[in-house]
Design a protein around this ligand. Structure first.
Ligand code: TXA
Ligand code: MG
Length: 321
């Protein structure tokens, strides 16, 4: 019944936080500019950051865009529902506040049954950023959402922990060739196997192709250092370690968060944000994160770690930009 309430809230211009397979989203009716404005207000997010429009089917996405290239066909058949967002020329029906005035719109069909049912029941496309305060750590449980946004949201749906754990891959299809705008839950290598080479625009924080490229993002309050090997980092104070696999020997860290004991990148991605939330809650002096192999989901994990560390001038070689 909560699902019906949630769908009603969306139709009436309210906001609902809901689970997806990647992270929790903060949703509003994408066709209602005032409802979308509420999202920015709740997140404390600058108006110029465009939102992803979530749909329950490929058919629901088509009228939202002006062009549907062959690549969109191939990609959605293969990867939807799933952690892949496509950026395409927008149809007039999409309000400017959703796209931050851009002529393109990001669309995605999430692979979580609650998300799909919610969108279907609401009967409207749902604009939703990750359900965290702007710049904060993305939420992968409903508790994370409660803690960051709490009463500001009309309803928070609980669907348990998110399976993928990092946001969707954002792929630009509105230009002359496909471009990776954000590494995420769908490995870019798998996309390239299907449609050929994907461009990787250099991330320029001053002029982002996709505002998700803003350097500092997904950040804990605790200063975070990214490194290749924690033994190369000078340690002072109470420090926590974030690492893919368990350290081989005893470490000087107050606490160690292991992302996947068997080094499985899917498991690691699914655990990443929850581990950051836990470390951040300990009021440590520093978090030291060891970068992971830069392939597949590792690309998305390293990207999030780099952004979490940025502008603190404490990125130690290796996975630094
Ligand atoms: O997995 C996800 O994508 C999650 C769940 C909730 O679906 N959503 C999410 O939304 O991560 P958000 O708002 O935190 O990130 C959306 C990303 C940003 O990097 C944004 O700049 C990019 O998509 N984006 C949205 N519309 C765009 C557009 N028209 N052109 C380029 N980039 C766009
Ligand atoms: Mg986000």
């Amino acid at each position: 019944m909560q699902l019906h309430d949630a769908a009603g809230i969306l139709r009436d211009g309210g906001t609902v936080a809901f689970p997806t397979e990647t992270v929790y989203g903060l949703g509003a009716n994408a066709l209602d500019p005032e409802a979308v404005a509420r999202i920015f207000e709740i997140k404390g997010r600058p108006r110029f950051d465009p939102l992803i429009v979530h749909v329950a089917s490929i058919a629901q996405a088509r009228p939202l865009v002006r062009r549907w290239p062959a690549a969109a066909d191939a990609l959605t058949r293969r990867f939807w529902p799933g952690p892949l967002t496509l950026v395409l020329p927008k149809a007039d029906a999409i309000p400017d506040i959703v796209t931050a005035g851009l002529p393109t719109v990001a669309v995605r069909m999430p692979a979580h049954p609650l998300a799909q049912q919610l969108i279907e029941l609401a009967g409207v496309p749902v604009a939703a950023p990750s359900a965290n305060r702007f710049g904060g750590i993305s939420p992968t449980t409903s508790e994370h959402v409660q803690r960051q946004l709490g009463d500001a949201v009309d309803l928070v749906l609980d669907g348990g922990p998110c399976r993928v754990g990092v946001e969707s891959t954002v792929l630009g299809l509105a230009g002359s060739g496909p471009e990776l705008l954000r590494a995420g839950g769908t490995p870019v290598e798998e996309i390239e196997r299907l449609i050929g080479p994907v461009g990787r625009p250099a991330a320029d924080p001053a002029l982002p192709t996709s505002p998700g490229q803003y350097a500092r993002h997904y950040a804990p309050r605790t200063p975070l250092t990214v490194c290749d090997d924690w033994r190369e980092v000078a340690l002072t104070g109470r420090t926590g370690l974030l690492t893919l696999r368990p350290p081989a020997a005893a470490t000087p860290f107050e606490v160690v968060e292991v992302l996947s004991a068997r080094g499985d990148m899917r498991e690691a991605a699914a655990n990443l944000f929850a581990a950051l939330h836990r470390l951040d809650a300990l009021e440590l002096d520093r978090i030291v994160a060891v970068g992971v192999p830069d392939a597949g989901l590792g690309l998305a994990i390293n990207d999030r770690l780099r952004r979490a560390a940025h502008e603190r001038a404490d990125v130690v070689d290796g996975v630094a930009p």
